[in-house]
Design a protein around this ligand. Structure first.
Ligand code: SAM
Ligand code: SF4
Length: 334
C-alpha cells in the first residue's frame, strides 16, 4: 500500500467505499420467518470476532476513509458487553455516522447509553402492529417489547429513528398504511424492504410471498400524495416525503430497482469475513489477518485495500431459482 496517498477505498469500477456494515453476532432473541429457519445452527463463539477485534477492524476502515459504520447482526444488543464497541468507535475521529439496526427488544436497557456512546441514528425492525401477527412473523417475539424499545429510543433523544418493515404478500402487505401512519405519528421515518433470497427458510416460498415496492407505493398513493426526494444513500433505497409530516418513506428494492452502480458499501460478517457484495460470495477472511498479525494494523489495512479488487459489479438475485446463497441474513447483517 502506498502510504503517501490519502487513504481511500476504491474498487475496479471506480466506486468509493465509505460505508461499512458490521455484524457483531449471528445470534438473536427473535427468529423472523424471512431471516432464519426454525432451527438455526449458530457459529461457535470462539469463531466470532472478539470485541477487541471488532474495534480494530472498525478503526482500520475509518482510517481508510470509511465515514459511516452500521452495527448489525443477528441482534447486536444480545452480544455481551457490546456497549464497549459503540463506546470505542463513537470516539473515532473521522467517523461521521455510527448507526445501529436492532429489533429494539433491548433498547429499554441500552438506548440512553448508546446515545451517550455517540450512536447517531437507530433503525428498528417492525413488520406488524398486530400482536398475533408480530408473533407469527418473529416466531417468538412480543410486540409490546419492541414498542417499548421504540419509546426508549425516542425518549433517549434519537432523531430520525427509522422503522424497517419487510413486506410479505398475505402476511403483512395489508398493513403498509398503518405502519406508515404509526411512523408519522411518532415523528419517525419508515422503509419498506423487499425480501431477499438469503439462506434456506421453510415458512414460505419467497417467490410466492413477493410484494414489490411498486405495489406498496401504489397502496400508499391511494391515500397520500408521496413526493420523491432526490437524495441517495448509495444503496438500494429510494425515498419519498409523506405530505404534512416530516416523515420520509423509503423503499429498499433489490429486485425491482438495481442499485449496484452506486454501491458504496461492504459488510463484515460476525466471523470476520469481509463481504464485498450482499448478493455474492466474494469475500476476504479478515479474522485470519487479525489473528496471524495481532499487532500489525498496516497488514490489516493492506488486506482491506486489496479486497477492493474483488468487489463484484453487482448482485444477481433470482427469486425463482433455488437459493445460491446459503448464508442467512443474520450472518451477513442486514
Ligand atoms: N436484528 C436486527 C434487526 O432485525 O433489525 C438487525 C439484523 S437484521 C438481519 C437487519 C435487517 O435485515 C432487518 O431490518 C430485517 O428485517 C432485514 N432482513 C432479514 N432477513 C431479510 C431478508 N431475507 N430479506 C430482506 N431483509 C431481511
Ligand atoms: Fe433477528 Fe433481526 Fe433476523 Fe429478525 S431480522 S431474526 S430480529 S436478526
Amino acid at each position: 500500500m502506498n502510504t503517501s496517498q490519502p487513504a481511500s477505498l476504491i474498487d475496479r469500477f471506480g466506486r468509493k467505499v465509505t460505508y461499512l456494515r458490521m455484524s457483531v453476532t449471528d445470534r438473536c432473541d427473535l427468529r423472523c420467518i424471512y431471516c432464519m429457519s426454525e432451527k438455526m445452527q449458530f457459529v461457535p463463539r470462539n469463531q466470532l470476532l472478539t470485541l477487541e477485534e471488532l474495534i480494530r477492524v472498525g478503526r482500520a476502515f475509518v482510517q481508510l476513509g470509511v465515514r459511516k459504520i452500521r452495527i448489525t447482526g443477528g441482534e447486536p444488543l444480545t452480544r455481551r458487553n457490546i456497549l464497549s464497541v459503540f463506546e470505542a468507535l463513537g470516539q473515532e475521529p473521522g467517523l461521521d455516522d455510527l448507526t445501529l439496526t436492532t429489533n429494539a427488544t433491548l433498547l429499554p436497557r441500552y438506548a440512553r447509553a448508546l446515545k451517550e456512546a455517540g450512536v447517531t441514528r437507530i433503525n428498528i425492525s417492525l413488520d406488524s402492529l398486530r400482536p398475533e401477527r408480530f408473533r407469527h412473523i418473529t416466531r417468538v417475539g412480543e410486540l409490546e417489547k419492541t414498542l417499548a424499545g421504540i419509546d426508549a429510543a425516542l425518549e433517549a433523544g434519537f432523531q430520525r429513528v427509522k422503522l424497517n418493515a419487510v413486506v410479505l404478500k398475505n402476511r403483512n402487505h395489508d398493513e403498509v398504511l398503518e405502519l406508515t401512519e404509526f411512523a408519522a405519528s411518532r415523528g419517525m421515518d419508515i422503509s419498506f424492504i423487499e425480501e431477499m433470497p438469503l439462506g434456506v427458510i421453510e415458512e414460505h416460498d419467497r417467490a410466492e410471498a413477493f410484494y414489490s415496492s411498486d405495489e406498496i407505493l401504489a397502496d400508499l398513493r391511494r391515500k397520500y400524495e408521496l413526493v420523491p426526494t432526490t437524495e441517495s444513500t448509495g444503496g438500494p433505497s429510494r425515498y419519498y416525503h409523506l405530505p404534512h409530516s416530516g416523515t420520509r418513506v423509503g423503499f429498499i428494492s433489490p429486485h425491482s430497482h438495481n442499485f449496484c452502480a452506486q454501491c458504496n458499501r461492504v459488510r463484515l460478517t460476525a466471523e470476520g469475513r469481509l463481504l464485498l457484495c450482499l448478493g455474492q460470495e466474494h469475500s476476504v477472511d479478515l479474522r485470519h489477518v487479525l489473528r496471524t498479525q495481532p499487532l500489525d494494523d498496516e497488514a490489516l489495512k493492506e488486506a482491506i485495500v486489496n479486497a477492493m479488487d474483488i468487489k463484484p459489479k453487482g448482485h444477481d438475485f433470482d427469486l425463482s431459482a433455488k437459493p445460491v446463497l446459503l448464508r442467512h441474513m443474520n450472518m451477513t447483517g442486514g
